[in-house]
Design a binder for this molecule. Structure first.
Ligand code: B4P
Length: 195
């Protein structure tokens, strides 16, 4: 089983590249951002709670996202592997994920971190905000708040996995195709393409 974390700041291309990776390698995609947006669209109590944080560019509380991931892991017992997109975003989430995977006798295989300069991140997110209708892409202040949350709470997750020799940086500011090629070079060592 191959379990990949696609890591990086907001707008670094995690969602964009995940779509290409699941297509090529047949992994199950678990995006906490997508799961939360679906809860919001369905106006569930969890969604109503999450939107209060997301609208301000803040992270949603750990227990909410850990619970969502746990039930998705249980729902896919026959997966050949998972791609975690936007999760874990705090050290507490990383520790919880390690425990959940250990219960299933598996572990994170590698963390691939998309490295993109901050001015490019801001440009990409504000550009998406023009058409996405996403409240968290709509103003430069909220986009910058998301980047601050990343530095304060998410960047330490890199150290958590670097300790185990599982953290690798990938240049994320080329074209979508160039970034995908670099990710495939890393992944081809670990997982066969789906047939
Ligand atoms: P997410 O949905 O995870 O997403 P993201 O950080 O906005 O961006 P991503 O890196 O996936 O970028 P994308 O490919 O879309 O998070 C949203 C919010 O949900 C968080 O701020 C938080 O509030 C909450 N949340 C989610 N998970 C959580 C967790 N675990 N704990 C707590 N809270 C959580 O690309 C962005 C744009 O760039 C797109 O427009 C794309 O077209 C463009 N782009 C991508 N690659 C490009 C390239 N190579 N060149 C040019 N443009 C590119």
């Amino acid at each position: 089983m191959v379990n990949l974390i696609l890591f990086g700041p907001p707008g670094s291309g995690k969602g964009t590249q995940s779509a290409k990776i699941i297509d090529k390698y047949g992994l199950i995609h678990l995006s906490t951002g997508d799961l939360l947006r679906s809860e919001i669209a369905n106006k569930t109590p969890l969604g109503m709670e999450a939107t209060k944080f997301m609208d301000q560019g803040l992270l949603v509380p750990d227990e909410v996202v850990i619970g969502m991931i746990s039930s998705k892991l249980d729902a896919n017992p026959d997966a050949r592997g998972f791609i975690f997109d936007g999760f874990p975003r705090t050290t507490a989430q990383a520790e919880a994920l390690d425990k959940l995977l250990a219960l299933k006798k598996t572990a994170i295989s590698v963390v691939l971190s998309l490295e993109v300069p901050e001015d490019e991140l801001i440009k990409r997110l504000l550009n998406r905000g023009k058409t996405s209708g996403r409240s968290d892409d709509s103003s430069e202040d909220v986009v910058k708040a998301r980047i601050v949350e990343y530095h304060n709470k998410t960047a330490p997750v890199a150290d958590h996995y670097a300790k185990f020799g599982k953290f690798r940086k990938v240049k994320g500011d080329g074209s979508e195709a160039e970034v995908f090629d670099l990710l495939c070079k890393e992944l081809n060592e670990l997982v066969a393409e789906k047939v």
